[in-house]
Every structure is written in C-alpha cells, then in structure tokens.
Design a protein around this ligand. Structure first.
Ligand code: NAD
Length: 352
C-alpha cells in the first residue's frame, strides 16, 4: 500500500534487503542511509526505489557486495581507483575520503574512479568535500541502458551522465549544483510512470524518435520492442555537457564508454572524474570567502520573478526537502513499494 513512512523506520527495512544481497551489516546500513537521504533530499529517483535494481544486479553478478576500492595509482594529487563494482554508496565514499585527505595535503586531488556500481546522488560526494571547506567538481558517466538521445539524434545513445559542483560558502550552507544532463533523471520517469503521470513537452521522444509526454516510453519496452529516449537539458549545450561527462567519467578514468546496443542487464556502472580543490592552499581563501558570499547575497536581493517566491541557491531545495521530510515522513507510491516488497522476497526478507 502507498505510505508515508518515517526515515528512521525505512532505514532498517532497506538495510535488511541490502544485507540480503550479501552485504555486511555495516555496508547494508551505509547503503540504506544513503538511499533514504536521497529520498529525504527530494530525489526519490535515487532513493529506496533503486533497491529492486540493486537486488537484481547483485543476483546478475554485476554488483559485488563488500567490495573496496583498489588503488591503481596514488601520487598524492593524482589518484586512480577502481571501484571493483562495489556499492557506489560505499566505494564512492571511500574514494572521496582519500581524495579529500590528498587535497588537504597537496592543495588539490584529481580523482579517477572507475567501475563502481551506481553511485546514487552525486551531490552526496560534493557535500563530503564542502563539509571540509573544499571545492569539488564531478563528471560521471553511466553504463546502463543508453536512455538519452544525442542532440539531433532519434534514439538513446548514452546515460543520464550527471555533473556536480560543490562550493563551500563562508557562514552558510554550501552551493551544491547536482543534476543529470538529461532534461530529467531516468528515475523520475520511473516514478512518474508508476504514479500514472504525464510529463511536460520537451522531455522525451518515443521509440520512433517523435516527441511524447508518456514517461512509459523509457520504462517499459514499446510496441516494436524498443524504448524511447530522454532529451538532454539545454538542447545542444546540455548534450555537449553529457558528452564531456562520458569522455571524462568514462574514457579518461578508463571505466569505459557506452558504444553498443542496449541489453537487458540490470547492473548500472558509473565512472567518475572528480577534482577536489582546497581554497586555503590556493592562496585566495580570503577573497574567495568574501566574493562568494557577496555574490550569493547579491543574487538573493533580486526581487521574486512572477510565479516565484524568490531566488534560491543550488543545494537549498534539497536542504528544505530534508527538513520537511524528516518531519513529515517520506511518501512512497504503491508501485514503488510493491517493487521493494518483491525485491525483499527475492532475498528472503519480509518487509511490509
Ligand atoms: P534536478 O533537476 O532536481 O536539479 C537539481 C539541482 O538543481 C540541484 O543542485 C538543486 O539544488 C538545483 N535546483 C533545483 N531547483 C532550484 C531552484 N529553484 N533554484 C536554484 N537551484 C535549484 O536534478 P536531477 O537532474 O533530477 O538529478 C537528480 C539526482 O540524480 C542528482 O542527485 C544526480 O546526481 C542524480 N543522478 C545520478 C546518476 C547516477 O548514475 N549515479 C545519474 C543521473 C542523475
């Protein structure tokens, strides 16, 4: 049944299913906490609704519970890691902890992280850096069904390739820009499809390359057995950013780019190139703090545009959602909850 559920109730239920895939209790709790935090942050597409996919990916052998990052290169400011198909919520955190400590020592760290299972909400990693006063930039590719069409193309050729920039702000919460380069995240189409909703024009093309408002075209195979595709945001500009994420997150990391027809695998692999910078080591800390703050204050002084309450800074919507959902609970629709219950049953865990 659809339900509003408190984060504290949801976490152990999700952890039990993740443990059912073979994870240690500590790993299962870490993955569950990350997924529930994504729901709390307003990104249901990267929350507990991913669990059925993870259960199937572990059964397929594409997701390896209890993996740790393997160090391929560590010169201090250059760090090349292999996620060994581990839970991204775990190996991604390990990788960022290493990159943060090297950036603090050397002023910067270029982190190449290949071959991790789904990293979830990329903003999580930027928040780790900003919490330590560091700037971080993330370019990520997705090896899964190619669900996004190139600008000018008529079918899906790559994934939703997210891009993220975290910037600490003196005396207030950080700027955390974190988005899929598709017009919307694929998971949001799954959520919309499960709710029986239509989506605005400009988001999708169908299996024939024609515009459509039916999110089902990227969720279930269509009449000819093919899927439709998501459009990139910002027309040719978002398309270019998506390609940059593939080239940096997939090619430069050695993780691999997508260049083959779609398959039915449930495994989702991410490659991530991250650049972490310590402003204190760059010698601009005082100006950075002052100028960043002055600019953000200036933005906020803009009078509300028609239909808006006022200007927000990236990261703010997620923090507002967290405050509201911590209080009011997380709403999970019928179809998503049914899929989670079924995933639990596959690994012998009874959630209700
Ligand atoms: P989105 O379209 O909701 O955009 C989110 C970004 O825009 C955030 O930085 C948010 O703070 C900012 N924002 C939203 N409204 C704003 C406003 N009114 N004013 C100022 N800033 C505003 O996000 P999305 O594209 O749906 O992506 C959702 C999540 O999916 C992200 O966390 C992303 O990392 C994740 N993702 C992960 C993968 C993967 O393979 N791991 C793939 C794609 C997306």
């Amino acid at each position: 049944m659809p339900q509003t559920i408190q984060a504290s109730t949801l976490r152990p239920q999700i952890a039990a299913i993740i443990a059912g895939t073979g994870s240690t209790p500590a790993e299962a709790e870490q993955v569950a906490a990350n997924l529930v935090l994504a729901n709390l942050s307003g990104h249901d597409s990267h929350g507990v609704g991913m669990v059925p996919r993870y259960v199937d990916a572990a059964a397929e052998g594409g997701l390896q519970p209890n993996a740790s990052v393997k160090v391929n290169l560590d010169t201090g400011p250059m760090l090349a890691l292999d996620g060994q198909r581990g839970y991204g919520q775990v190996v991604g955190v390990q990788a960022m902890e290493m990159a943060i400590s090297r950036a603090k020592q050397h002023g910067t760290c270029v982190l190449s992280l290949a071959n991790t299972h789904h990293l979830g909400r990329i903003g999580h990693f930027a928040e780790m850096a900003t919490a330590q006063g560091l700037v971080s930039m993330h370019f990520v590719n997705v090896l899964s069904r190619p669900v996004v069409a190139p600008w000018g193309g008529g079918d899906g050729r790559f994934g939703t390739n997210p891009c993220c920039i975290g910037i600490p702000l003196q005396g207030e919460a950080p700027f955390v820009l974190d988005y899929a380069t598709s017009r919307v995240a694929q998971g949001k189409m799954r959520v919309a499809h499960n709710k029986g909703e239509r989506v605005p024009p400009g988001y999708l093309i169908d299996e024939h390359g024609a515009p459509t408002d039916d999110p089902g075209v990227v969720v279930v195979p269509q009449s000819n057995g093919l899927f439709g595709a998501l459009m990139t945001f910002g027309e040719h500009k978002g398309y270019g950013m998506a390609v940059a994420c593939e080239l940096l997150g997939g090619a430069l990391t050695g993780s691999g780019t997508w260049h083959r027809p779609a398959d039915n695998a449930r495994t989702v692999l991410n490659g991530m190139l991250a650049i972490v910078i310590d402003p204190a080591k760059l010698g601009t800390q005082a100006a950075f703090e002052q100028e960043a703050r002055a600019f953000v204050d200036w933005l906020r002084q803009s009078p509300p545009g028609q239909g808006f309450e006022g200007v927000m800074i990236a990261g703010e919507p997620e923090r507002r959602a967290r405050a509201a959902r911590e209080r009011e609970g997380i709403w999970i629709d019928d179809a998503t909850w049914g899929e989670i219950v079924a995933a639990g049953a596959k690994v012998g865990v009874d959630v209700r």
